[in-house]
Write a protein that binds this ligand. Structure first.
Ligand SMILES: [Ca+2]
Ligand SMILES: [Ca+2]
Length: 160
């Protein structure tokens, strides 16, 4: 992680610390279902985005249903930015998986994507593509995008 990112990360800590009230999500995270989501206000490469989410005890978002996709897309449209999602095809070309190795059972690819097409930089990382109505596209992983972190709501699912 670059030094600049670390300092941005630390300076934005105040906006993402865990709230002391009854909210099930940390301040700055939006709740939907059993998850909390943070739409970043800083950009970074895919690896930087992943580290950033880990720092906040979360992971890059995994979209596993049409309903969750609608929630994420609606917010992304409101904000008007493109975001990293938490999947790559780094292990096997063409086989996208969420971080942790989970296959993508729900997808919302832009037509003709994923195309892995980046000349000398192939596309291995998943993003919400504004030009395609915020449907999914694969992109070179060192592109700088905003990103979405997800974590379980507090007290959720502890028996699992
Ligand atoms: Ca690829
Ligand atoms: Ca692509």
């Amino acid at each position: 992680m670059r030094l600049a990112l670390v300092s941005v990360l630390l300076s934005s800590l105040a906006s993402v610390t865990v709230a002391e009230d009854t909210s099930k999500c940390p301040t700055g995270f939006a709740q939907y279902g059993n998850s909390c989501y943070w739409f970043s206000n800083v950009g970074g490469s895919f690896p930087e985005a992943r580290s950033y989410c880990q720092f906040f005890r979360s992971h890059l978002v995994r979209i596993t249903s049409k309903e969750e996709d609608d929630f994420v897309t609606h917010k992304a449209k409101q904000i008007g930015r493109e975001f990293w999602l938490g999947a790559t095809d780094c292990i096997t070309e063409g086989e996208f998986r969420w971080e942790g190795g989970v296959p993508l059972n729900y997808t919302n690819w832009c037509p003709e994507q994923p195309n892995n097409d980046g000349g000398d930089k192939p596309h291995h990382c998943l993003m919400l593509w504004k030009r395609c109505g915020y449907r999914w596209n694969d992109l070179e992983c060192d592109a700088e995008l905003y990103f979405i972190c997800e974590r379980r709501v507090a007290g959720c699912c502890c028996s699992n």
